[in-house]
Design a binder for this molecule. Structure first.
Ligand code: GLN
Length: 451
């Protein structure tokens, strides 16, 4: 049914870069046979899933949205993909994304735009717009995303889906094509919180192949989601972050946010205001740390080891000239912008002023979180300051694009978990049809069950 749905709507939505039809059907048939034989299977066995193209899948293309990896077929599965396969989830295919997960609109993909199913002229968020659009368009019931600065939660908000960024170290990064290694986390994109809990519990847990993986079991997420569904929030302290509302937030987004705060109060929660003054510098710190790490991670795309290789036609074919020609042709403008920013921030003489200062700000943000979680059990904000904007609207203005992540980035800098849940519709910035908004909840590290 989902393959039929993909065939029917993906010409318009373009959520998928690769559809894995035969293999998905074979897995589904295998699960049916095992279930018929009385085998006890995982709750999600037979439930199909879409996987963001930055996650490597054995025998299936994995481009990370970049021309530089066109034609590369990974010889291994990411740990989380191994877990999906072992539990019997048919993999429907690979979803579109901003190149190397750099962007907030999926317009930086080398393979064309993904369209928001709510309004095909609008962006589905980014970088994981393909995963969110696939779930929102009913092409997949579940998807995997990755979140370095908001790429699961912000697409979730603008497509009306649930997106979870787990605690840093909670889900293995083995087999994720790295963007910024100290920030990257993979997580679920689904239509309900319980689905996210089921998927998160399946893909999470310690992995010795990822040195930053937490060597402890996850908290019991599915049990927590079922408990949460009972709706009694008495005793829960909810902290509204002063710095994550107000200027730059669309009025309709704020209106829905405040209505949800009232619902939380009615359900028994105590809503308090908490101030995190260093959050005002989170975006600036992120746009030094992330490009610095990305410039280093992307150095391996040299025209020799993976995918694309371009040899210069004018003059000698030296290693350095092959690298320059390959990277010149293989990387898009946004990736080049960040590699240049990152190498500059790390260069001798500037390191302390830029990268070093950004790391200090990161520490201050972690301290703000620690102080805030001493006053409240969870912190909340709108997930994104705006509803989905029009395709092309912010493409020539990188700073405007970056500002869409103000509310999601602090969690990545501190490693804490976050979820975006659908929060009702609001008028778009130009008026017109109503569009989805998201409600973000953040919890202390390793307290993903609280989400
Ligand atoms: N939009 C942010 C960026 O461009 C976040 C990306 C992400 O989480 N992968 O960096």
């Amino acid at each position: 049914a989902h393959l039929d749905r993909i065939a029917a709507v993906d010409g318009d939505v373009h959520a998928f870069l690769h559809v894995n039809e035969d293999d998905a059907l074979a897995t589904a048939a295998d699960v049916d046979a095992r279930r018929a034989a009385g085998e006890e299977l995982h709750a999600l066995a037979g439930v199909p899933i879409a996987v963001k193209d930055v996650v490597v899948t054995k025998g299936m293309p994995s481009t990370a949205g970049s021309k530089i990896l066109e034609g590369w077929i990974p010889p291994y599965d990411a740990t989380l993909v191994e877990k999906l396969r072992a539990a019997g989830l048919p993999i429907l295919g690979k979803t579109n994304m901003d190149e190397f997960a750099m962007g907030s609109s999926t317009e930086h993909s080398a393979y064309g735009d993904t369209h928001n199913p709510w309004d095909l002229d609008r962006i589905p968020g980014g970088s994981g717009g393909g995963s969110a659009a696939a779930v929102a368009a009913f092409e997949a019931p579940l998807a995997i995303g990755t979140d370095t600065g908001g790429s699961i939660r912000q697409p979730g908000a603008v497509t009306g889906t649930v997106g979870v960024k787990p605690t840093y170290g909670g889900v293995s990064r083995y087999g994720l094509i790295a963007m910024a290694s100290s920030l990257d986390q993979a997580g679920p994109v689904t239509r309900t919180v319980l689905d996210s809990a089921l998927l998160h519990e399946l893909i999470g847990g310690h992995d010795p192949r990822d040195s930053t993986s937490i060597p402890e079991p996850l908290p019991p997420l599915v049990a927590a989601a079922r408990q949460g569904a009972l709706g009694d929030l008495s005793g829960l302290k909810v902290g509204v972050v002063t710095q994550l509302q107000g200027e730059g937030y669309q009025p309709g987004v704020l209106a829905r946010f405040h209505e949800s705060l009232e619902l939380l109060t009615k359900a028994g929660a105590e809503v308090v205001e908490v101030s995190c003054p260093s959050f005002d510098y989170a975006l600036a710190a992120y746009y030094l740390i992330m490009p610095a790490e990305a410039s280093s991670n992307l150095a391996k795309f040299d025209g020799m080891r993976f995918g694309l290789r371009v040899e210069p036609t004018d003059g000698p074919v030296t290693a350095e000239r092959v690298m320059a020609a390959t990277r010149g042709a293989g990387f898009g403008d946004e990736v080049k912008r960040r590699v240049i920013l990152g190498t500059y921030a790390l260069s001798a003489g500037y390191y302390d002023a830029y990268y070093g200062s950004a790391q200090k700000v990161r520490t201050l943000i972690q301290r703000d979180f620690a102080a805030a979680f001493a006053q409240a059990d969870v912190l909340v904000s709108p997930t994104a300051p705006t509803t989905a904007f029009k395709l092309g609207e912010k493409l020539d203005d990188p700073l405007a694009m970056y500002l869409n992540d103000v509310a999601t980035i602090p969690a990545n800098l501190a490693g804490v978990p976050g979820i975006s849940v659908p929060n009702g519709l609001a008028a778009s910035s130009e008026g017109g049809a109503d569009l989805p908004t998201g409600f973000q909840i953040l919890a202390p590290a390793k307290a993903d069950d609280r989400l």
